[in-house]
Design a protein around this ligand. Structure first.
Ligand code: GDP
Length: 300
C-alpha cells in the first residue's frame, strides 16, 4: 500500500532523531509531538483528529511511563502506535450475520467511490466462505450501473437481482425490498444491495438511501469511501452518517498514492469501524481491515 508512504517516512525520521537521545526532556517531547502533528496534517488527517491525537500522545509521553522507561524513545513510539490503533478503531470488526437469514448488507457512498466493485469483491469473498450472496442492483440513477453490477456479479460467480426493464425501474426502494424477498425465497443467505451515489452529497439521494434503509432494515450498512478524497473525507462521512447511520466503513483505493488522511480521520470522527480495505480493481483485492496492522505499517 503506497497510501501511507510519506507519512510513514516522516514519522520514521522523527523517531530516528528521538532515538539518538537518552532521557527525554519536555522540549524533546514537544518537538516530537510538533513533528507528528505536521506530518499528520500534511497527510490530510482532519484537524480535530490531529489535535486530539497529539494531545493524548503528549500527555502520555510527558508522564511516568516514558520517564521511567529503559528506552524512552521506544516508549514514545509505542504510545504513538497505541494511539494510532485507537483512532483507527481499536479491534478489528467483522461482518455481523443475521440470526435469521438472509443477512442484509446495504452499501452507500459517493459515485465513483468503489461501491459496485466492492459489492463484487464482497460477494466473491463470501462465496468462497460457503455463503450464497445475492447482489441487488438498486442503483437506478446511473444508466450503466445495473449493467456494471451484472458484469461484476458474473465475474464473482454470484447471482444478481435487477429490475426488469419497465417493471419497477426508477424505484430503488421497491427493488431493494423485492430483492430481499427474492433472496428469502431462493434461500440466499446474504443480500448485498448496491445503491446510487452522486458525485457530491445530495439531499434527494441521501433520502433515497435512508428510505432503502428503512424499507429493508439491513444488518449492516457499509459506507464506501475513496481513500484518495483527502480532506473531504470527514464531511462526506458525517453526511452519510447523518443520512444512513452506517455501521461500518470500507476504505477503497488504498492501493493508490493517497496521503492516508481519510483512513486516519473517518473512524475516529464517526465512531464507526473501518471493516474492509479495498486495494485494487480486481475482485480479489479485498482485505479485512486490521487497525493494529495498519498502525504497524505506518510506523514501520
Ligand atoms: P461506484 O460508482 O461507487 O459503484 O464505483 P465503482 O465500483 O464503479 O468504482 C469506480 C472506479 O474505481 C472504477 O474504475 C473501479 O475500477 C475503480 N476502483 C474501485 N475500487 C478500487 C480500488 O480499491 N483500487 C483501485 N485502484 N481502483 C478501484
Amino acid at each position: 500500500m503506497a497510501t501511507f508512504g510519506t507519512l510513514s517516512d516522516r514519522l520514521t525520521e522523527t523517531f530516528r532523531n528521538l532515538r539518538t537521545k537518552g532521557k527525554l526532556t519536555a522540549a524533546d517531547i514537544d518537538g516530537t509531538v510538533r513533528e507528528i502533528r505536521r506530518a499528520l496534517l500534511d497527510a490530510d488527517v482532519a484537524l480535530p483528529v490531529v489535535k486530539d491525537f497529539t494531545a493524548k500522545v503528549r500527555e502520555r509521553a510527558l508522564g511516568d511511563e516514558v520517564n521511567k522507561a529503559l528506552n524512552p524513545a521506544q516508549q514514545v513510539v509505542q504510545i504513538v502506535n497505541e494511539e494510532l490503533v485507537a483512532i483507527l478503531g481499536g479491534e478489528q470488526r467483522r461482518l455481523e450475520f443475521a440470526k435469521n437469514p438472509p443477512t442484509v448488507i446495504m452499501l452507500a457512498g459517493l459515485q465513483g467511490s468503489g461501491k459496485t466493485t466492492f459489492a463484487g469483491k464482497l460477494a466473491k469473498q463470501l462465496q468462497s466462505e460457503g455463503h450464497t450472496p445475492l447482489l441487488v442492483a438498486a442503483d437506478l440513477q446511473r444508466p450503466n450501473a445495473v449493467t456494471q453490477l451484472t458484469v461484476v456479479a458474473e465475474q464473482a460467480g454470484a447471482t444478481i437481482y435487477a429490475p426488469e426493464p419497465g417493471n419497477g425501474v426508477g424505484d430503488p426502494v421497491r427493488v431493494s425490498r423485492d430483492g430481499v424477498e427474492h433472496a428469502r425465497r431462493q434461500q440466499h443467505d446474504i443480500v448485498i444491495i448496491d445503491t446510487a451515489g452522486r458525485l457530491g452529497v445530495d439531499a434527494e439521494l441521501m433520502k433515497q438511501a435512508a428510505d432503502i434503509r428503512a424499507a429493508v432494515d439491513p444488518d449492516e450498512v457499509l459506507f464506501v469511501i475513496d481513500a484518495m478524497i483527502g480532506q473531504d473525507a470527514v464531511n462526506t462521512a458525517k453526511a452519510f452518517q447523518d443520512g444512513v447511520d452506517f455501521t461500518g466503513v470500507v476504505l477503497s483505493k488504498l492501493d493508490g498514492d493517497a496521503r492516508g488522511g481519510a483512513a486516519l480521520s473517518v473512524a475516529s470522527v464517526t465512531g464507526r469501524p473501518i471493516m474492509f480495505a479495498s486495494t485494487g480493481e480486481g475482485l480479489d483485492d479485498l482485505e479485512p481491515f486490521h487497525p493494529d496492522r495498519m498502525a504497524s505499517r505506518i510506523l514501520d
